[in-house]
Design a binder for this molecule. Structure first.
Ligand SMILES: Cc1cc2nc3c(=O)[nH]c(=O)nc-3n(C[C@H](O)[C@H](O)[C@H](O)COP(=O)(O)OP(=O)(O)OC[C@H]3O[C@@H](n4cnc5c(N)ncnc54)[C@H](O)[C@@H]3O)c2cc1C
Length: 190
């Protein structure tokens, strides 16, 4: 569950379910969504009950996870076209921008030189895979929607401290690597 402030003072209340339940959830989406809010985030449920729905609920049951070949002779893929992962960790936009930036940095002014271009595209492809694989693995783990006790303890410790909370969200957004979270302060709280 998450509640995200959006345009015109509205709040996006989003819920994730196992993809295998898509048809069941879609059959009565309003009920499934409210049940999920109530059981997972009761304080948010109270806010939702007091509010007014301003749009129809939207959902997808087709969240794919893949790396495609990033480049070939004279072409390159950036963003979701080349690499897609479950939206649960909300990294797709940042990752698409970082790929575009990396591609431009590698190609530079070498577009007209086939040998330089080939090298640049190969390096872009290698960098893409290397820089995205950690976030990809983390996303696949999160998308399992399992919350073992170790993860709950970690989240409780993070929640108790504003500095750790800020690092945590930077980590989720891909701004910081996972190891940045494991500060002495966090280790003392665990
Ligand atoms: C439910 C959900 C929530 C998400 N939440 C977040 C989030 O909070 N933060 C985050 O960073 N990411 C989030 N993402 C992921 C993010 O939306 C994508 O990773 C990002 O939009 C990818 O950008 P893109 O430009 O590669 O592709 P897209 O945004 O898909 O853009 C591709 C565009 O190309 C157009 N197109 C396709 N084929 C053609 C054609 N033949 N000719 C012309 N145009 C064409 C499409 O219409 C589309 O406009 C979310 C995704 C989903 C599904």
């Amino acid at each position: 569950m998450a509640a995200v402030p959006t345009n015109d003072g509205a709040t996006l209340v989003l819920a994730y379910f196992p993809q295998a339940r898509f048809d069941e959830v879609r059959a009565d989406v309003q009920r499934a969504h409210l049940d999920q809010v109530r059981t997972t985030a009761p304080s948010l449920f109270d806010r939702v009950q007091a509010g007014r729905r301003v749009e129809a609920l939207r959902g997808t049951g087709d969240q794919q996870n893949f790396f495609r070949q990033a480049t070939g002779p004279g072409w390159a893929l950036v963003g979701d076209a080349g690499h897609h992962k479950d939206s649960i960790t909300a990294r797709g936009i940042s990752d698409a921008f970082s790929q575009a930036e990396s591609l431009v940095r590698h190609v530079g002014d070498g577009l007209a030189d086939p040998a330089r271009l080939e090298t640049a595209l190969r390096r872009y492809a290698d960098d893409r895979d290397e820089s995205l694989v950690e976030g990809y693995r983390a996303t696949l783990a999160t998308a399992q929607l399992e919350t073992p006790e170790t993860r709950l303890s970690l989240l409780r410790a993070v929640q108790s401290d504003p500095e750790l909370t800020a690092i945590y969200f930077d980590m989720v957004a891909g701004v910081e690597p996972a190891r940045a979270l494991y500060t002495p302060k966090l280790l003392a709280l665990l």
